[in-house]
Design a protein around this ligand. Structure first.
Ligand code: BES
Ligand code: MN
Ligand code: ZN
Length: 498
C-alpha cells in the first residue's frame, strides 16, 4: 500500500530549519553545495568560515573542484556539529538551474542513504529561486529511495529526518510533496508485474485518492462494456486479469466551475508481452515499465491534490495486461473503438495506442480545456531521441510550448517531433478507418501520435512519449536504476503555471 503520501498527512520526515546556523545542527551528515567558482559568500562560505577555512583550502589545493555532482565527504570536520560534511558540486554558477540542483541533491542523498542515517541536513543557498529549492528538496526525497522492494538486504535507507536549512519552509514542504509523487510513480513501475496488474493498480490509485482527497471512479470490465470501451477490452482479452479504467478528479480551490481545465491521460499496460505479435525475450524483460505513463499521471495528480493547486484536474488511466491467452485479440481483427472509429489490428504489440483511443474518448466527452497524455508508446521514439529525452507531439503549439517550458524549468528534457498531415496517410487502412501501425517502421513515434490525434476531437492536446526516460536499465549517480518518475515533476509544474 502506498507509503509516499502517508508522510504528508501526519508523519513529517522532511523539515525546514529557516533560522538555524548550519554548524550548530546535530546531524549524521551536513550537505554543502559548492559551485566551481569557490566557496563564495553564501551558505557554502558560511560553513567554510565555521570550519576555519577548511573548504576554501581544499578548493585551493585542487582536492575539491565543485564540478557537477562531485561528492567529497569530509569526516569529523572542525567547527561543525555534524559527524561529516558532504561537499557536492553544482558546476558553474552561471549555469545553475533547477534540474542541476535536483540531481545534485539526489546524488548526495543517494550516496548518504547507502547506510542508515537518523538525521541528514542540507544547506540551501539564499540565492536559489523557490523553484530551484523545491526541485532540490524533491531530488533528495527521490535519491534516498532505491530499488529495494524485493531485496532482503536493502541498499538504501530513508533518512529518519531530512533537515533543510532554507529560508522558505513552504518551498521545502512543496518539494517534499513533489518528491513523493516521483517516488510513487517509481515504486509502481518497479513493482513486479505479477503484483501490479490492472486491479491492483486501481487499488493503489484508490488508496492514493483517499489520502490526497481526490474523487475516484474505477470502471471494471462490466462498466467498460457498458461504456463501449471495446478497444481497451480487446487488448485486455489475452490476459486472465481484466482491464480497468481509473478516473481521478481534483477540484482545486478557486478553480473555475464547469469542465476541467486540464486532463492528464496515462498508458497503463501493466505488462506488455506484445500479445500474439510476441516480443523477443530481451525486449520483453523490462515491459513492467509499460504502465509508467499511468504511474506518472497518478504521481502528478497526487502531488497536485496535496498542494491544493487551483486547477480542476481530471486524470484518467487505461489499465490492461497485453498477453497471449486463448481469447487474445488477433492480427486482422477490426475493433470499433468507443468513438465509433474502426481500427484494423496489424500488430498486437502496438497496443498502447488502442488502449489510449478509448481513454482519450472518455476524457474528450468531459470537454476539458486541454489534454496531455503520457505513454511508453514506441521504441521508435527511443531511436529518435535516445534514453533520456521524451518526445512531444501536438495539435496545439501554444500548449506544447507551455508544457515544454514547464518540463525544462524542472530539468526534464523534452523535444518536439513534427505532425505533418502527410503522416496521416500512413495509418490509412484498406478495411477500416485506420490501422494500428504505420507503413513500415520509419517515423513510428509520429504515426503512433497521429493515431492518438484521431481520438481527441480537436481539443488542444499534447502527447508525451516517455518510452526512453521512464525506465533506467542502469543506475545513475542521482538515481538507482528502474522507474524514474519521468514527467511527474513536469506535469506538476505545468499544472501550477496554468
Ligand atoms: N511498450 C512498447 C514501446 C516501448 C518499447 C516502451 C521500449 C519502452 C521501451 C509498445 O507497446 C510497443 O511495443 N511498440 C511497438 C510498436 C510497433 C509494433 C509499431 C514498437 O515500438 O516496436
Ligand atoms: Mn507493445
Ligand atoms: Zn506497450
Amino acid at each position: 500500500m502506498p507509503e509516499e503520501f502517508a508522510d504528508l498527512r501526519g508523519r513529517r520526515d522532511v523539515v525546514a530549519e529557516p533560522a538555524a546556523r548550519p554548524e550548530t545542527i546535530e546531524a549524521d551528515a551536513l550537505v554543502v553545495f559548492l559551485t566551481e567558482g569557490g566557496v563564495g559568500t553564501g551558505a557554502c562560505g558560511a560553513v567554510d568560515r565555521a570550519t576555519g577555512g577548511l573548504l576554501a583550502r581544499l578548493v585551493a589545493a585542487g582536492e575539491i573542484s565543485g564540478k557537477r555532482f562531485e561528492c567529497v565527504p569530509l569526516l569529523a570536520p572542525p567547527g561543525v556539529r555534524a559527524a561529516q560534511a558532504l561537499v557536492v558540486g553544482l558546476g558553474r554558477r552561471e549555469d545553475l538551474d533547477a534540474g542541476t540542483l535536483h540531481r545534485a541533491a539526489a546524488t548526495a542523498a543517494r550516496m548518504l542513504a547507502g547506510r542508515p542515517r537518523a538525521r541528514v541536513a542540507l544547506v540551501a543557498d539564499d540565492t536559489w529561486t523557490v523553484r530551484q529549492l523545491e526541485q532540490a528538496v524533491a531530488g533528495a526525497v527521490a535519491g534516498m529511495v532505491g530499488q529495494d522492494l524485493y531485496r532482503a538486504e536493502k541498499k538504501r535507507t530513508r533518512f529518519g529526518t531530512t533537515i533543510w536549512v532554507a529560508a522558505a519552509p513552504d518551498a521545502v514542504a512543496r518539494g517534499s510533496a513533489i518528491g513523493a509523487g516521483v517516488n510513487l510513480a517509481r515504486r509502481l513501475v518497479n513493482t513486479s508485474p505479477d503484483d501490479i496488474y490492472p486491479q491492483t493498480f486501481a487499488e493503489e490509485a484508490a488508496a492514493v485518492a483517499g489520502r490526497t482527497g481526490m474523487e475516484i471512479e474505477i470502471w471494471d470490465e462490466e462498466r467498460l462494456a457498458r461504456e463501449r470501451c471495446r478497444a481497451i477490452l480487446a487488448v485486455g482479452r489475452g490476459s486472465h486479469r481484466p482491464p480497468r479504467l481509473v478516473i481521478l478528479r481534483h477540484r482545486g480551490p478557486g478553480a473555475a466551475d464547469g469542465p476541467p481545465g486540464l486532463a492528464l491521460v496515462g498508458k497503463g499496460v501493466t505488462f506488455d508481452s506484445g500479445g500474439l505479435s510476441l516480443k523477443p525475450s530481451e525486449s520483453m524483460l523490462t515491459m513492467k515499465c509499460d504502465m509508467a505513463g499511468a504511474a506518472a499521471v497518478l504521481g502528478a495528480a497526487a502531488t497536485i491534490a496535496t498542494l491544493a493547486l487551483p486547477v480542476h484536474l481530471v486524470a484518467a488511466v487505461g489499465l490492461v495486461e497485453n498477453m497471449t491467452g486463448p481469447a487474445a485479440y488477433k492480427l486482422g481483427d477490426v475493433i470499433t473503438a468507443r468513438s465509433g472509429t474502426t481500427i484494423e489490428v496489424h500488430n498486437t504489440d502496438a497496443e498502447g495506442r488502442i488502449v489510449l483511443a478509448d481513454v482519450l474518448d472518455v476524457v474528450r466527452e468531459l470537454k476539458p480545456r486541454r489534454i496531455i497524455d503520457a505513454a511508453t508508446l514506441t521504441g521508435a521514439c527511443m531511436v529518435a531521441l535516445g534514453h533520456d529525452v521524451a518526445g512531444l507531439f501536438t495539435n496545439d503549439q501554444p500548449l506544447c510550448d507551455a508544457l515544454a517550458a514547464a518540463a525544462r524549468a524542472v530539468g526534464e528534457p523534452v523535444w518536439q517531433l513534427p505532425m505533418y498531415a502527410d503522416y496521416d496517410d500512413q495509418i490509412a487502412s484498406e478495411v477500416a478507418d485506420i490501422k494500428n501501425v504505420g507503413d513500415g517502421r520509419w517515423g513510428g513515434a509520429i504515426t503512433a501520435a497521429k493515431f492518438l490525434e484521431r481520438f481527441v476531437g480537436g481539443i488542444p492536446w499534447t502527447h508525451v512519449d516517455i518510452a526512453g526516460p521512464a525506465f533506467a536499465e542502469k543506475p545513475r549517480p542521482w538515481i538507482d536504476g528502474g522507474g524514474t518518475g519521468s514527467m511527474v515533476r513536469a506535469f506538476v509544474e505545468f499544472a501550477r503555471g496554468s
